[in-house]
Ligand binder design. Structure first.
Ligand SMILES: NC(=O)c1ccc[n+]([C@@H]2O[C@H](COP(=O)([O-])OP(=O)(O)OC[C@H]3O[C@@H](n4cnc5c(N)ncnc54)[C@H](OP(=O)(O)O)[C@@H]3O)[C@@H](O)[C@H]2O)c1
Length: 285
């Protein structure tokens, strides 16, 4: 099986590329980054894909700068929606499978209980709108394709909340963290394991993939500081704030909890509790 992973240097792409050799011994993989194919050039997709001719595309490459997207909507659209549509078209024409990663930011955050897959979408910003357009293109192209919505992703590398908190812990002064947005912090390792299980089971359709438990960004920071010996003393500097006290160019959903019961019932996939995965991530730092 030939697997192409876009976003090879990103959090999830690099995790998948590290895990595939251990998990899918018959797989031949290639990772793709901006230098190989700039996703803001969707028209280059078909010739690029034909050169490797993958059986499965794990499409992790995305314009993920949520705030910057507000001032670069055209680029975000090309990367997240138009290039995704180009990959979906190529996969459809060749009878190949596409797995796309979408986001909790397709919701407006007004929910009060975990979002199921059929909950009405209403993105608050450019990032969410372009990711939603991407998932719609993937699902419209073929019933064999798979869309996994994930949320609050972090890894032991890259740009993410965990590493930002560790950096701030090493500094001085108050660490002000939003305490009125709720979600499910998701470590890339169990996500990647679940993705490869989906490949093995030839899963298709739309699924939410999220760990057990939920918290706020403040709660996430608190648990990092409790568990990580490198953050000793940071807890006293941690200050809960409201979203209104931390204005950003892009609005974010207040309630972002994804319900993972469909993937559990259909495929038997359950992610561990977010606190257990955090402890695992900290061990591998
Ligand atoms: N991070 C989250 O909290 C989160 C939450 C929900 C869903 N997701 C989705 O999950 C997937 C993986 O996210 P992630 O956290 O791994 O993202 P990430 O760490 O930001 O990585 C994104 C990757 O996309 C690549 N990329 C960006 N612009 C590109 C372009 N113009 N051409 C080619 N490649 C480009 C980047 O390549 P370079 O390194 O070369 O720039 C990078 O490798 C994405 O689809 C994202 O939308 C993420």
């Amino acid at each position: 099986m030939k697997i192409l992973v876009t976003g090879k240097g990103g959090q999830l792409g690099s995790e998948l590329l590290a895990l595939i050799p251990q998990s899918l011994s018959n797989a031949e993989t290639v990772g793709v980054g901006t230098a190989d194919w700039d996703l803001s050039q969707p028209e280059q997709g078909a010739s690029f894909l034909s050169a490797f001719s993958p059986d499965v595309v794990l499409h992790c490459g995305a314009y993920t700068a949520v705030d910057k997207a507000e001032s670069e909507p055209d680029i975000a659209l090309r990367v997240n929606a138009e290039s995704t549509a180009a990959i979906a078209d190529w996969c459809k024409s060749q009878g190949k499978k596409l797995i796309y990663f979408s986001t909790d930011y397709v919701f407006d955050g007004t929910g009060t209980e975990p979002y199921r897959e059929d909950h009405v979408t209403a993105p608050l910003g450019v990032y969410g709108r372009t990711k939603l357009a991407g998932e719609q293109a993937v699902l419209a192209a073929s019933a064999e394709n798979l869309v996994l919505r994930i949320s609050w992703v972090y890894a032991t590398r890259g740009k993410n909340f965990l590493l930002t908190m560790r950096r701030l812990a090493a500094g001085e002064g108050p660490i002000r963290v939003v305490n009125d947005q709720r979600g499910r912090p998701s470590y890339t390792r169990p996500i990647a394991e679940a993705v490869l299980e989906c490949v093995k089971q030839e899963a298709s359709g739309l699924y939410h993939l999220a760990p057990q438990g939920e918290t706020t960004w403040f709660g996430f920071a608190k648990r990092i500081f409790e568990l990580d010996p490198a953050c000793t003393g940071a807890m006293e500097r941690l200050v809960p704030i409201t979203t209104a006290e931390f204005p950003t160019p892009a609005k974010r959903p207040a309630y972002s909890v994804l319900d993972g019961s469909k993937i559990q019932n259909d495929l038997g996939i359950v992610l561990p509790h977010w606190e257990d995965s955090l402890a695992e991530a900290l061990k591998s730092l």
